[in-house]
Each structure stands twice: as C-alpha cells, then as structure tokens.
Ligand binder design. Structure first.
Ligand code: HEC
Ligand code: HEC
Length: 344
C-alpha cells in the first residue's frame, strides 16, 4: 500500500465531499421536481415582485457598491503585493532547482560501488566519475589498455585530470560536450546518449552543475600553479603535455614529439602557425572557439555544444578543444610556456 501524501489525503476528502454533496443536491431537486403545467407562472422567480425602489436604491445599492470597493482594494493592493514577492518566489524556485541539480550531479559522480547510498529522494544511480577523477574531483589515475604501434596491447596507468578547474578553462557547453562524447583514444568514455553513453541531457546538465559547485577560484588555481614556477618546460609538462605529447599521460612520452589528443607542437610548427608571438600568447590565454580561425592556418575544430548541429561528428571533434588558461596561469607563466613551445 502506498503512503498517501497530505495533498492526496486532502484531495480524497474533497472529492468525497463533492460527490456526496452533488448526489444530495440532485436527490433534493428530483424530489421537488414534480411540476405541473402552469406552475411556472407562480413559481418562476422573475414572476415574483422584486424589491421596492427605495430598497433597491438604498441598502441594496450600497451593499453592491461596498462589495465592489472591497474587490477593487483586493485587486489594487493584492496584485501588486503578489508581484512584489514574485521575483523572490522565482529566485527561490531557481535556487531550489540549482541545488537539486548539484545534488543529483553529486550522486551521479560517485563511484559505482560507492558505500554512500544513492540518495533515495533523488533516486539516482552512481556513474563512477569519482572512480577515475577522485572523490572530490581532485584527479587520479586509472588502468587502461593501449594498442602499441606494433599492434600489441599494453596495460598502462593513465593520469586522470582534476576537474575542480575544468570550468575555469572551458565554458559549461564545452564541459557538457566532453562529458557527452568523451575523448576517443583516452580512458574518458562517452556518457551522453548522443555519444552512445547511458545519460540523458538532464543528467549531463546536473553533472555540469555539480562540477560548477566544486570549482576553486581563479586566485586559488593560480596559487596552486605557483609551485610549478615560471620554467616553460615545467609549465608545459604540468598543464599542456597530457594533450600535446603522445604517451605523456601514461609515463611514456614520445620523443618524436607526436601530439596526443591535440596537435604536435614541435619542429617550429608554432613559429609558422603564429609568426607573431603576441598572437600565440593571446591564443593560449583565450583558448580556441569552434569554427573560429586562429594563427595562419588554424581553425577551432572542436565543437563546444552537443546540441549544435554538426554535419559529420568525428569522435575527436567532440572532446572539447584547446582550453583557455587566463584563469589558471599568470601572464608570466603563459609567456614562459609560449616561449618554450616556440623553441620545440
Ligand atoms: C575510466 C576513467 C574515467 C571515468 C569513469 C570518467 N573519466 Fe573523465 N576523464 C578521464 C581521463 C583519463 C580524462 C583525460 C583524457 C585525456 O587524457 O585527454 C578525462 C577527462 C574529463 C574531462 C575533461 C577535463 C580536462 O581538463 O581535459 C571532463 C570534464 C571529465 N573527464 C568529466 C567526467 C565525468 C563527469 C565523468 C562521469 C560521468 C567522468 N569524467 C568519468 C577518465 C575518466
Ligand atoms: C585538454 C587538452 C589540451 C590541453 C591541456 C592543452 N591544449 Fe593546446 N590544444 C588542444 C587542442 C585540442 C588543440 C587544437 C585546437 C583546435 O583544433 O581547435 C590545441 C591547440 C594548441 C595550439 C595551436 C596549435 C596549432 O598549431 O594549431 C597551441 C599553441 C596550444 N594548443 C598550446 C597549449 C598550451 C601552451 C597549453 C598548456 C598551457 C595547452 N595547449 C594545453 C588541447 C589542449
């Protein structure tokens, strides 16, 4: 037996009262309804004499006018009062909705075998992001099987990035895209239905809301970056190599300089792409935008919104493009890493 809520109990009582009342009303009328022809002359209400003029224009009129005034006051004061509270009510609803999204996202993020029970109120599954990205999104590592150039397979331990700065580097749309389509040839699977994963749009939105709630501030991110210093090579290894150097994520960086998920930057390619140093600094500061050209021959190739209509969506085009670094690295650090890249 399901437990009825207060609203359901009240509704049931009302429904019963209305039905019984209606039955009684019908019964009374059917009983009284034995009317003979000619009765209407005596019985019809409009045949009976109405009030005298001095009553009609006296107390009767006054009562009608008083009622009109009361109604006018209710409309005149009540409606504005309602409107005054409306923004607050709307904001409250939005906040509740956002909080719920964060809670749902938190539940979705938990390890699949989490000892933490799925929030019974939200009734959400755990999809296990935390198993790779860490319980607080602080990053971690995961086992992954790669195919070597010789065609054999090899098990490696792949570094998994922290997510508590993801929205400092990417727009929410890009983060959504990454989650929906995953990143091909990395352990990051596709999670959205459009990418062949298990989650619907609303679950992906909740995950983004949860990630937004765990972002550290740009100041804190830069403070963390201080330990890396201003050596271009160190900055590159800490912030860029996992995408730009094949094998870097599993401790076997390719000496040829081949790119991983992102282009190879060696052999002076960046001097050709950005003859002007300032343009490259600007690019690393702001990141890439889908469809927007950069440098001499570049064009932002990674779509940033799964809801965009992409003609031939190759999996790699969906994993989020070049991030922006203005909120995680200082201008000095960006300058240093760009100088380093130009010497590769
Ligand atoms: C099996 C391990 C694994 C699981 C599970 C996983 N991820 Fe990832 N994720 C990764 C790896 C590895 C990367 C980085 C790939 C690369 O090397 O470019 C990544 C990248 C990301 C990125 C991009 C971060 C960046 O800075 O490039 C986001 C956002 C992300 N994951 C979100 C999620 C969410 C949300 C979930 C749960 C629905 C999830 N991931 C589950 C392994 C995983
Ligand atoms: C999450 C992965 C990722 C990280 C981390 C990353 N990049 Fe990129 N980068 C990309 C992608 C993807 C592209 C290609 C952009 C496109 O096609 O729209 C790119 C392109 C570039 C380019 C232009 C290359 C060309 O010739 O077209 C430069 C320069 C660059 N990145 C510098 C950096 C620097 C500096 C860092 C670290 C501070 C960095 N990247 C970190 C993914 C990444």
């Amino acid at each position: 037996m399901f437990a009825a809520s207060t609203a359901q109990k009240l509704g049931t009582v009302f429904a019963i009262a209305l039905t019984v009342g209606w039955l009684l009303f019908m019964l009374a009328h059917v009983k009284r309804g034995a009317v003979k022809p000619g009765d209407e002359i005596l019985e019809a209400p409009n045949r009976k004499p109405y009030y005298e003029d001095d009553i009609l224009e006296g107390p009767k009129l006054e009562r009608a006018l008083t009622l009109a005034l009361v109604l006018l006051v209710i409309i005149g004061i009540g409606l504005p009062l309602y409107w005054i509270n409306e923004t607050r009510r709307e904001n409250g609803a939005k906040k509740l909705f956002a909080n719920t999204a964060v809670e749902v996202g938190f539940a979705l993020f938990q390890p699949a075998d989490s000892p933490l029970p799925a929030n019974p109120k939200l009734n959400e599954l755990h999809f296990g992001c935390a198993g790779c990205h860490g319980n607080a999104g602080q990053g971690g590592s995961t086992n992954y099987t790669i195919t070597t150039p010789l065609g054999t397979t090899q098990s490696v331990s792949w570094q998994v990035p922290a997510l508590n700065t993801a929205l400092l580097k990417y727009t929410p749309d890009t983060v959504r895209t990454i989650i929906v389509y995953g990143r091909s040839n990395t352990p990051m699977p596709a999670w959205g239905l459009a990418g062949g994963g298990p989650m619907n749009d609303s679950q992906i939105d909740s995950l983004v809301a949860y990630l937004q709630s765990i972002q550290i501030t740009p100041a804190a991110a830069m403070k963390e970056g201080e330990s890396v210093g201003t050596n271009g090579s160190a900055i590159f290894n800490a912030y860029c190599a996992r995408c730009h150097t094949k094998g870097y994520s599993y401790g076997a960086p390719e000496t040829s300089g081949a790119g991983a998920y992102a282009p190879n930057l060696t052999n002076g390619s960046e001097l050709r792409q950005f003859p002007n140093l300032v343009d490259q600094i600007d690019y690393v500061t702001k990141g890439a935008t889908y469809g927007k050209s950069y440098g001499t021959r570049g064009i932002g190739s990674m779509a940033a919104d799964p809801r965009l209509d992409i003609e031939t969506p190759g999996a790699a085009q969906q994993g989020g493009g070049m991030p922006k670094f203005d909120q995680v690295l200082t201008p000095e650090q960006i300058q240093a890493v760009v100088n380093y890249e130009r010497g590769l």
